[in-house]
Design a protein around this ligand. Sequence first.
Ligand code: THU
Length: 158
Amino acid sequence: MPKLTIEYQSYPSPSELPVADQELLEAATAALPNSYSPYSKFRVGAAACLQDGTIATGWNTENAAYPMCLCAEPAALAAAANLRPGMPVVAMAITVKSNGQVVDSPASPCGSCRQQLSEHEARFGHQMRLILRGENGPVYELRSASDLLPFGFSADLL
Ligand code: THU
């Protein structure tokens, strides 16, 4: 039977990361206080690293009409596009902070975000590394956002 596997790197703590990735994760953490999440009380911060090294951040923004919530990842993509239209985002750090519990395992993007990150990769023909962390604990690094979306829907079918 065919089998799909994904590879990822696990670092025990952010201090084990290359300095540039530590800084990207710090930028995602610094974005957390901007989160507007009065309903879930779950903050998400994302930091997008553009190809020229510029960093753009995003955070989740909720709404009393719940489905209208904006996730941190597309917010970071939009902020990056605003700074450097037409330039690929080559890495994104994502972190979270919950009011209810200490999240000590890496938080992974939701399905909708995976679709959007994956399309960004396809559009720009460039992989986007993901650096994922909870509030504490280990850091996971994935080579490509699309690794999180096997058998994803793509424009090839349209
Ligand atoms: N959220 C994100 O910002 N990104 C994700 O990938 C998953 C979920 C936000 C949406 C909502 O504001 C809160 O986290 C709880 O679901």
